[in-house]
Design a protein around this ligand. Structure first.
Ligand code: IMP
Ligand code: MG
Length: 192
């Protein structure tokens, strides 16, 4: 596979991502089937956090076997401004009622956990019955906020900047079919 010049190393290939996503989707489907008597109208709301979730969401959905509805939110990132201060903002809200819903958030990566902490509180505030999280990447960030963990993750890794398969560098490269680390040297003088 051709590597983009800004990528130092491919850490998860497209094939690895597909295989792992399929397994995780099967596991989660089984989980909800086992819970089915408690689930309102036997449907789970699969909630994608745009834009990073897009490729993972599509792959996940194809292999999710329990009945579901789909919706999305756009949450503005605190990134690129100050790293920890300032809370995320909802730029685009869901179009569905959240009362008593069993929600599965689909996220590209959990890093500090600030985005998910905010979203989870928001959904519970709107009356959601359960809020669970599946993430493609679970980063081992020592400053992760308390109480925020993925219920399921495809891959765990150390705290390092990554791009591709939905994850952007300067709003680009979300279309790379793999996940890679960034080549800092190339990035220093990079012109698009
Ligand atoms: P948080 O720090 O857990 O709140 O992560 C917030 C968001 O930042 C994630 O949903 C991603 O969209 C983005 N993000 C976190 N780590 C990376 C990365 O390594 N590359 C690109 N985007 C990232
Ligand atoms: Mg995200």
């Amino acid at each position: 596979m051709n590597k983009h010049p800004l990528v130092k190393e491919i850490i998860f290939t497209n094939e690895q991502i597909t295989t792992r996503t399929k397994a995780v989707a099967a596991e989660i489907s089984t989980f909800y089937e086992q819970q089915t008597t408690e689930i309102k109208e036997h449907t789970v709301l699969i909630l994608g956090l745009l834009k990073g979730c897009v490729p993972f969401y599509a792959e996940f959905l194809k292999h999710f076997g329990y009945e579901c509805e789909t919706d999305f939110m756009v949450v503005s990132s605190y990134r690129g401004t100050t790293k920890t201060s300032g809370e995320p903002k909802i730029v685009l809200d869901v179009n569905t009622t959240l009362k008593d819903k069993d929600i599965l958030i689909v996220e590209d990566v959990i890093d500090s956990g600030l985005t998910l902490k905010y979203i989870k509180a928001y959904l519970i505030g709107k009356g959601a019955k359960t809020v669970r999280i599946v993430t493609l990447i679970d980063k081992n960030n020592p400053t992760r906020v308390a109480g925020i963990q993925a219920d399921w993750s495809c891959f765990k890794m150390e705290d390092e900047f990554i791009l591709g398969f939905g994850l952007d560098y300067q709003e680009r490269l979300r279309n790379l079919p793999y996940i890679g680390t960034i080549d800092e040297e190339q990035a220093k003088n990079w012109k698009w």
